[in-house]
Write a protein of this length. Structure first.
Length: 189
């Protein structure tokens, strides 16, 4: 089970980190590129396909086609935790080494998008107040870690929950034992 969790967790990690690196690179080098939540969550969902693959692999290859909801959820959650942890570590490396001005860039993107959408000055000011609060949080590495985990881990847990519900399967009764028991009952009669 550990091997399946680690393998699928690392594959999932590679995908989500690759999406992060590519989007960060494009954001820094292409003035026309705007990172969106859709792009980020698409990368996460593609990466979390390996939660499904990991649970199914364990069920079919190591557990004779059966898995309880609890066991499936445990496997899926651990895969999500590995991917989320790698995502957080990658973000810390990117943030501190390549884009320490992230919050300023993000703030400018939010203001530009709000103006393009025709939002009022009060709406823009409310968004800026929220961003200023995040800027304060970003001064503390612990808050960066927690905020970054909150971006990805809840989605991973939801995917693990859905996959567990889809893939759980009770063990099939052993037909050979039932047949021999039926034979014994017939001979005794």
């Amino acid at each position: 089970m550990k091997k399946i969790i680690i393998k699928n967790g690392l594959i999932s990690s590679a995908i989500v980190v690759l999406f992060m690196i590519v989007s960060t690179y494009l954001w820094k080098t292409d003035p026309n590129f705007k990172p969106t939540a859709v792009y980020g969550f698409t990368g996460m969902l593609i990466a979390f396909v390996f939660i499904f693959i990991g649970i199914k692999s364990y069920r079919d290859n190591e557990n004779n086609g059966a898995i309880s909801f609890g066991k499936a959820f445990k496997i899926g959650s651990l895969i999500a935790l590995i991917a989320s942890t790698c995502y957080v570590l990658a973000w810390l490396i990117l943030y501190y080494n390549f884009i320490p001005d992230f919050m300023d860039l993000y703030s400018q993107c939010v203001v530009d998008d709000a103006k393009a959408a025709g939002e009022s000055v009060q709406q823009i000011d409310a968004k800026l107040a929220e961003i200023n609060m995040m800027k304060e949080w970003y001064k503390n590495p612990l808050y960066i870690i927690l905020l970054t985990f909150m971006e990805i881990l809840p989605l991973g847990i939801i995917v693990a929950l859905i996959c567990s519900l889809i893939l759980m399967r009770k063990a099939k009764p052993n037909t050979e034992n039932q047949n021999s028991e039926n034979q014994n009952l017939k001979t005794e009669s």
